[in-house]
Design a protein around this ligand. Structure first.
Ligand SMILES: CC(C)(COP(=O)(O)OP(=O)(O)OC[C@H]1O[C@@H](n2cnc3c(N)ncnc32)[C@H](O)[C@@H]1OP(=O)(O)O)[C@@H](O)C(=O)NCCC(=O)NCCS
Length: 191
């Protein structure tokens, strides 16, 4: 599962293995696996659900399929025993020479039961363990207090606000930029 030993010209290791981040096991034992192209319709349906519009942007089926085919992106899905999708996380820049990855999106079908916290923590741990990340970044709508709380609990630190960054149908909303660094995690372990 670990990336190959290929190194950036600066000497930093670069993740190259195609299987990096294709399987994540959370603290509670939930398993997220790489999505299949046939699951994109379910992903689109979940993210474009009317009640999600206040929390996340939505992309077209074509854009998701393009991302899925790109080795620099990873779509991780949490499947129910019946095979349908209960939630998903999307990562980009997984092959970054700067070891700077982005958590593009995370959506759970049902909210408030602790599922999202477990999944976010599992994904963050895997990003640092499997992709040897230095930095994991995301942005979140300023008024999405539940997601901000979830990210903060998983170790993300707020870095700043992109004011009025997104038009949400009737008004602009600001984006809060959050990140977690490998050094943050080392410091947290020492505390
Ligand atoms: C964000 C999301 C992944 C969190 O998952 P979840 O299972 O709902 O969250 P949890 O039940 O694990 O709760 C996470 C934290 O939020 C808090 N929380 C729950 N509901 C809340 C609410 N309505 N307002 C504020 N905080 C809330 C919980 O108390 C918990 O904090 P704690 O650890 O301090 O107790 C999920 O709600 C979701 O998919 N939301 C819609 C899409 C979205 O917003 N995605 C993120 C932006 S990309």
């Amino acid at each position: 599962m670990r990336p190959s030993a290929r190194r950036h010209r600066t000497g930093r290791p670069v993740a190259t293995a195609s299987n990096v981040l294709d399987r994540v096991v959370t603290h509670a034992g939930r398993v997220l696996e790489a999505a299949r192209a046939g699951e994109i319709d379910e992903i689109v349906a979940l993210e474009s659900r009317p009640d999600m519009q206040a929390y996340v942007a939505s992309w077209s089926r074509e854009r998701h399929l393009r991302n899925l085919a790109d080795p620099n992106w990873r779509y991780l899905v949490l499947r129910r025993p019946a095979g349908t999708i209960e939630g998903f996380a999307i990562l980009s820049d997984i092959l970054s020479a700067h070891r700077w990855l982005n958590l593009e999106r995370i959506i759970m079908e049902h909210h408030g039961s602790g599922l999202g916290s477990d999944v976010v923590r599992g994904v963050v741990d895997a990003v640092f363990a499997q992709a040897e990340a230095h930095r994991l970044q995301l942005d979140v709508y300023e008024d999405n207090t539940r997601a901000r709380r979830t990210y903060e609990a998983a170790g993300f630190v707020e870095e700043g606000v992109l004011r009025d960054a997104v038009w949400r149908g009737d008004r602009y909303v600001s984006l809060v930029v959050m990140s977690v660094l490998s050094s943050d995690r080392v410091a947290a372990q020492r505390r």
